[in-house]
Write a protein that binds this ligand. Structure first.
Ligand SMILES: Nc1ncnc2c1ncn2[C@@H]1O[C@H](COP(=O)(O)OP(=O)(O)OP(=O)(O)O)[C@@H](O)[C@H]1O
Length: 309
C-alpha cells in the first residue's frame, strides 16, 4: 500500500504550481505535507485524489494510476478538501448515507457504516442536527467521516485542523493518529508542532518544488555548527565525525554541520582541526527548531522582475 508521486508537474498558464515533485508514502506512514501559502500542496492533493489532471508525471495509489484508473483510485482514497463542501440542508446521518451510496453501499450496510463513522469521529451528540447547524469543528468531523466512509486505505487531508479550537484540534489529531495506525495518511498543515506530534515523515515543497523529504526526526531539534577555516578543507572528513548528519559547503571556506539533537560537537571539530592542522578561524553552534528549518528551506527568493522595454 503506497502513494507514489513521480516527477509530477501541474501548470496553470505559465505558472508551474507543481514542478517535478517526486516522493513516496508507505502504509503506516503519517506524512506531513508542508509548504508556505501557494506552494502547491492543495494542487498535489487534488491530483492524487483525481480532482485535477496532472500536466505531466505520474501519481499512483496502491499501484493504480490517477489518470488512467480513476475509479480504482477513488476506491482507495478518502479525501478531505481544504474547503470541504457539505450539503448544509442534510442531516448528518442523511449526508453520510448519501456519500456511502456514492461508493455503492446501500440499505442497512450504508446505515451501519454511517453509524460507525459517527461513532469513530465523535459526532454522536450532534448526529441528529442538520449540517448547517454544526460548529466548524463538527463540520470538520463530518468531512472526516465522509472521507472514511468507504474504508479507504489512503487518507488525504488538506489542512484538517485549520480554524478549530485547541480542544477540537487535539481531538482531530487523536483521530488522525488512530486512523493512521492502519492507513496511509497524508495531511497538509501550517502548524509545525502538529507535524511533530503526529507524523513520522515530512515532505516540504516551496513554489512547486520539493525542498525536503525526510523522517520528522531529521527536521526536529538538531543543531548546526558553523565552522570557518582559512582555506578549503576536505569536508568528507568532517562528515565522518560521529553525530554529524550532513555537511553543507558554504562560500569562503565555511561549512555548516547538521548534528543530531542534544549533541555539541564543537570540541570534536576543534580536535579534528588541530589533528589535521586545519587553520580554524570560527566555530559557532546554533540549536535548530523545526520552524527554523522550515523557514530556511522555504525562504522566498524574490521573483525575477520583468525588464522594462
Ligand atoms: N485553478 C487555478 N488557476 C490558476 N492558478 C491556480 C489555480 N489553483 C491554484 N493555482 C495557483 O497554484 C499555486 C499553488 O496553489 P495551491 O492551492 O496548490 O497552494 P497551497 O500550497 O495549497 O497553498 P495554501 O497553503 O495557501 O493552501 C498558487 O500560486 C495558486 O495561485
Amino acid at each position: 500500500m503506497s502513494v507514489v508521486v513521480d516527477q509530477l508537474v501541474k501548470t496553470y498558464g505559465s505558472q508551474h504550481a507543481v514542478d517535478h515533485i517526486s516522493f513516496r508514502v508507505e502504509t503506516g506512514d503519517i506524512l506531513g505535507f508542508l509548504g508556505p501559502n501557494g506552494a502547491g500542496k492543495s494542487t498535489t492533493m487534488k491530483i492524487a485524489t483525481c480532482y485535477l489532471p496532472p500536466t505531466s508525471g505520474l501519481v499512483t495509489l496502491n499501484g493504480f494510476n490517477v489518470e488512467t484508473q480513476p475509479t480504482e483510485v477513488r476506491r482507495q482514497v478518502g479525501y478531505l478538501p481544504e474547503h470541504n463542501p457539505l450539503y448544509l440542508d442534510l442531516y448528518v446521518h442523511e449526508y453520510l448515507r448519501f456519500v456511502a451510496g456514492i461508493y455503492g453501499l446501500r440499505g442497512q450496510t450504508a446505515k451501519k457504516r454511517a453509524a460507525d463513522m459517527v461513532e469513530l469521529t465523535g459526532l454522536g451528540r450532534e448526529q441528529h442536527k442538520k449540517i448547517g447547524a454544526l460548529s466548524k469543528g463538527y463540520r470538520q468531523r463530518v468531512g472526516l467521516a465522509q472521507a472514511l466512509i468507504h474504508d479507504p486505505s489512503v487518507l488525504i487531508l488538506d489542512e484538517p485542523t485549520t480554524g478549530l479550537d485547541p480542544n477540537q484540534i487535539l481531538e482531530i489529531r487523536n483521530l488522525i493518529r488512530e486512523v493512521g495506525k492502519e492507513k496511509t495518511v497524508i495531511f497538509s498543515t501550517h502548524i509545525l508542532p502538529e507535524v511533530q506530534a503526529l507524523c513520522n515523515r515530512v515532505v516540504i515543497i516551496n513554489r512547486g518544488k520539493l525542498v525536503a523529504d525526510s523522517p520528522v526526526e531529521a527536521l526536529r531539534g538538531g543543531s548546526t555548527i558553523q565552522v570557518e577555516f582559512e582555506q578549503a578543507i576536505d569536508e568528507t572528513v568532517l562528515a565522518q565525525l560521529p553525530g554529524i548528519r550532513d555537511v553543507r559547503v558554504l562560500p569562503r571556506h565555511r561549512y555548516e554541520l547538521l548534528t543530531e539533537a542534544n549533541q555539541d560537537l564543537r570540541g570534536a571539530v576543534f580536535r579534528l582541526a588541530a589533528e589535521r592542522s586545519w587553520p580554524l578561524v570560527g566555530l559557532q553552534r546554533q540549536e535548530n527548531s523545526m520552524e527554523e528549518v522550515f523557514r530556511e528551506l522555504t525562504a522566498q527568493t524574490p521573483a525575477a522582475q520583468p525588464q522594462a522595454e
